[in-house]
Design a binder for this molecule. Structure first.
Ligand SMILES: *[C@@H]1O[C@H](CO)[C@@H](O)[C@H](O)[C@H]1NC(C)=O
Ligand SMILES: *[C@@H]1O[C@H](CO)[C@@H](O)[C@H](O)[C@H]1NC(C)=O
Ligand SMILES: *[C@@H]1O[C@H](CO)[C@@H](O)[C@H](O)[C@H]1NC(C)=O
Ligand SMILES: *[C@@H]1O[C@H](CO)[C@@H](O)[C@H](O)[C@H]1NC(C)=O
Ligand SMILES: *[C@@H]1O[C@H](CO)[C@@H](O)[C@H](O)[C@H]1NC(C)=O
Length: 281
């Protein structure tokens, strides 16, 4: 009974693509993204404060693959040549395993049963998953939305779930390279192709939500600096205290927070630290 609210919400929005119009790879299968009870689905606008730490993710149907990756990309990074925008990779986690049994999440829209995607509970580093070894690794640890007071004030954060059951070691390296070389300007389709994944088959679910800076928007040339400046770093009260830094440079990502969907793995935390250092986050 109590399932109705969110079920109705999900049903009511099925006419919408789950990933934003025009974005590829697209998916019309719901990816449930839950931040401490908040489940921003299919383009709704949500407060930035809700999205500061890594969400839990899951699907409404049971998945049959052995391992999955999640990516989150901001599609609306302002540039110094508006209305042109750029993209920014906010999260890339590989080695997620779908739970065979549903979990009830108590959300602000009512309870919902989802099949959570989690990092393996045992040997998260060397876990042999369905014959293929795939390290559970936050290639880019989650860092939350922080749209600056620039046009566009409202940013679309899209999340896609990728079946990586067939991902090879070379493919994993390609994903890592794509994240490291083009976190800003991240091209999801190109990254999947480089990893040897066919996006039409590999992308199994998606979602998008907006986070909006209350404004007013500063002149788009006000931050000056090089083309890479001002990305997403000057949100709200931070405006004026920081200038010209890309978001990646300013975000503080605590390894402990960034680890997979199950906090507390020291080894994984170490790996994440390495990723943080490597990316200069
Ligand atoms: C998983 O399910 C999808 C769709 O239900 C199907 O196309 C695919 O072949 C299945 N994969 C495996 C490994 O069973
Ligand atoms: C969710 O709510 C149900 C019933 O209200 C309760 O039994 C359950 O423990 C709650 N689960 C969590 C994780 O809070
Ligand atoms: C989400 O952001 C996009 C890009 O700025 C905008 O076009 C759209 O209207 C926003 N949607 C909501 C619900 O705020
Ligand atoms: C992203 O990559 C795809 C495939 O490589 C390419 O067709 C597309 O033009 C690229 N998009 C952008 C915005 O560069
Ligand atoms: C921004 O551009 C406008 C119009 O091109 C110009 O008048 C203004 O002085 C510029 N502002 C800054 C801070 O460069």
């Amino acid at each position: 009974m109590a399932f109705r609210c969110l079920a109705a919400l999900v049903a009511a929005t099925t006419v919408l693509a789950k990933t934003p119009a025009g974005f590829t790879p697209s998916s019309e299968t719901d990816l449930i993204v839950e931040f401490n009870g908040f489940v921003p689905l299919n383009g709704v606008d949500i407060s930035k404060s809700v999205t500061t730490s890594q969400p839990r993710i899951g699907t409404l149907s049971r998945l049959n693959g052995t391992s999955y990756a999640v990516m989150m990309v901001d599609l609306d990074i302002p540039t110094n040549a508006p209305p042109e925008t750029d993209t920014l990779l906010h999260w890339m986690q590989i080695g997620l395993v779908p739970s065979p049994t549903p979990t009830q999440l108590n959300t602000t829209s009512g309870p919902i049963r989802v099949f959570l995607l989690e990092t393996p509970p045992s040997s998260p580093i060397d876990g042999t998953i369905g014959g293929a070894e795939l390290k559970a690794e936050a290639i880019v640890p989650y860092f939350g939305p922080n749209p600056p007071a620039r046009v566009p004030l409202s940013h679309r954060y899209t999340q896609i779930l990728v079946d990586t059951s067939a991902l090879t070691e070379t493919g994993t390296a390609a994903l890592r390279r794509a994240a490291e070389t083009s976190m800003r300007g991240f091209n999801t389709s190109a990254a999947l192709a480089a990893a040897g994944l066919d996006e039409a088959r590999a992308v199994v679910a998606g979602n998008s939500f907006n986070v909006t800076n209350p404004g007013p928007a500063a002149a788009n040339n006000a931050t000056g600096g090089s083309g890479g400046s001002g990305g997403e770093s000057q949100g709200g009260s931070e405006a004026g205290t920081e200038t010209g830094t890309g978001e990646g440079a300013r975000q503080t990502v605590l390894p402990g927070e960034a680890v997979g969907l199950r906090p507390g793995s020291v080894m994984l935390g170490g790996l994440v630290s390495v990723a943080v250092v490597a990316l200069g986050l």
